[in-house]
Design a protein around this ligand. Structure first.
Ligand SMILES: [Zn+2]
Length: 510
């Protein structure tokens, strides 16, 4: 049996100014996607969906074709040539002839030449191979379209955010695909859009409405007729017609009423999301108020750092990693003992490297990337004077607990010490998802009074346990939770919370 297994992942922030060329699909190594045998080697044992697909196909002795494995960190729409090239590569493998296709995709990919990156790829594959079984694993942040649903046999989404079940999701989708090939099941998909544009900060699956929604999905999966029930939070900064929350249910049409069960369960799920819609909106306070709360928290911190969570500039959602407004506000408020996580400014790094370790420098830091799509064409950098403490290559191996063992690259990195603040200045964007981004440049974050992190979710497993408090700070940026700064042009209206007249009509999306 011959199977095609591929990975093409990108969460697109259509408001982001960070470009997405083919080279970005090398998961930060700058070399682009893996192909053929290299793709198979790179993904074998990886704790992502494609790793699970490979393990299952190998266990069954399949002839495996791995045309492509590419993942880019969130950024602007994928360059047209890159998108077309990656789809061509996957489609060519399918056209060579196969018995099944297993894809590790995101669900919120937008390309310059495709508003629905996954839907258009699946439609092309279906045109080449109309009846072969096709299974897709998707990210919880997928904006699911009718085109995606209509061109796949099996769809399973992650059930966790932060995502810690990527491999398990792949294993689930793969198991269903092989059951289908064995004639044990006949998958049928139900789909319903909730008409809710949820915010990422309200999608933590350990809390509140999202936790309840995922528990409901897992409970529905105990029904023997339901093969998979996936709740998608969607990605609000991908401004596409289908952006928002949805539910996708795979049921077994071999059982009587399978198609009805799939459709009704999806509707039931979307009704639930609509009923809890207020719980999917993050209500933010003005930055000055957050800084005031952080000051109070520091008084009773007992020597532990207070985290200033700069969620408007979240790298793993398409942020520029260079907004400087939260640091400016903290310094204006007189804060001392501030440690600042990766702030991307290659110009400042070059200036500090030229000056050398120990030199005193005055740099204009951050705010160098224009964000025209959110009305910030000309941000103003922060002038800081301090000593260059460290110059390094910015490489380290993650100690975990998430992404353990991955080697990460911040590019050439410098530490600027102003006396009141120590700033990790990098040449490449990076979310602080591991303590290595500080330890690799000799900073002990436990000694900080305030710890400024550009992140919303991935810092939590590492930094939350060592902190006295986490204070969300609404700095500006393309990952803001303030819908007013985004000019939504494509998302289908009305939708909650953008429109007061938004309604969910049961059955409308089925
Ligand atoms: Zn995600």
């Amino acid at each position: 049996m011959r199977v095609v297994i591929a990975r093409m992942q990108h969460e697109t922030n259509t408001f982001s100014p960070v470009p997405t060329p083919l080279a970005a699909f090398g998961t930060g190594n700058g070399k682009g996607p893996y192909y053929g045998a290299d793709a198979r080697r790179a993904m074998t044992g990886a704790r992502v969906a494609m790793g699970a697909f490979l393990a299952q196909a190998e266990a069954r002795g399949c002839d495996i074709d791995t045309p492509l494995a590419g993942m880019a960190y969130p950024s602007a729409p994928v360059e047209a040539s890159a998108y077309t090239h990656m789809c061509d590569t996957i489609c060519a493998a399918v056209a060579r002839g196969c018995d099944a296709v297993l894809l590790d995709l995101h669900g919120a990919m937008v390309a310059e030449n495709s508003p629905d990156g996954e839907g258009d790829l699946l439609e092309r594959i279906r045109a080449i191979a109309p009846v072969i079984p096709l299974a897709v694993a998707l990210d919880l942040h997928g904006n699911i379209s009718r085109k995606i649903v209509d061109n796949a046999d099996i769809i399973v989404g992650y059930k966790t955010y932060p995502h810690i079940d990527m491999y398990e999701t792949g294993a689930h989708a793969g198991r269903l695909l092989f059951d289908m090939l064995d004639g044990k099941i006949e998958p049928v998909i139900g789909y319903a859009h909730a008409r809710v544009l949820a915010q990422t900060l309200a999608m933590n699956t350990n809390l509140g409405a999202m936790k309840a929604a995922l528990e409901g999905a897992k409970w529905r999966e105990r029904d023997p007729g339901i093969l998979a029930c996936s709740v998608f939070g969607g990605f609000p900064q991908a401004d596409t017609p289908d952006a928002g929350m949805s539910v996708v249910v795979v049921a077994d049409a071999k059982r009587r009423g399978g198609a009805t069960l799939a459709r009704r369960t999806a509707e039931w799920g979307a009704d639930f999301l609509w009923s809890r819609r207020a719980g999917f909106v993050f209500r933010q306070e003005p930055l000055a108020q957050s800084i005031g709360r952080a000051r109070k928290a520091a008084h009773k911190a007992g020597g532990k750092p207070v985290i200033l969570m700069d969620h408007g500039d979240n790298v793993m959602s398409g942020g520029t990693c260079d907004t400087i407004d939260v640091l400016r506000a903290a310094l204006d408020a007189g804060f001392e003992g501030v440690v600042v996580g990766p702030t991307c400014d290659p110009q400042a790094v070059a200036q500090m490297a030229a000056a050398g370790v120990g030199a005193e420098v005055t740099v204009k830091l951050g705010n160098k990337t224009a964000m025209p799509r959110i009305g910030v064409p000309d941000p103003v950098p922060l002038e800081l004077t301090g000593r260059v403490r460290v110059i390094g290559d910015g490489e380290y191996v993650v100690t975990g607990p998430i992404f353990t063992g991955d080697r990460l690259f911040m590019g050439r990195t410098a530490v600027l010490d102003t006396g009141r603040a120590q700033v990790v200045v990098t040449s490449q964007p990076q979310e602080p998802l591991d303590i290595g981004c500080f330890e690799s440049v000799g900073i002990d974050v436990r000694a900080a009074r305030f710890l400024l992190l550009k992140s919303r979710m991935y810092f939590r497993p590492v930094f939350e346990p060592m902190a006295a408090a986490v204070i969300p700070c609404a700095g500006p940026g393309v990952t803001s939770s303030d819908n007013r700064i985004f000019r939504f042009e494509h998302v289908r209206r009305p939708i909650y919370p953008l429109d007061a007249r938004a309604r969910r009509t049961p059955g409308a999306s089925a």
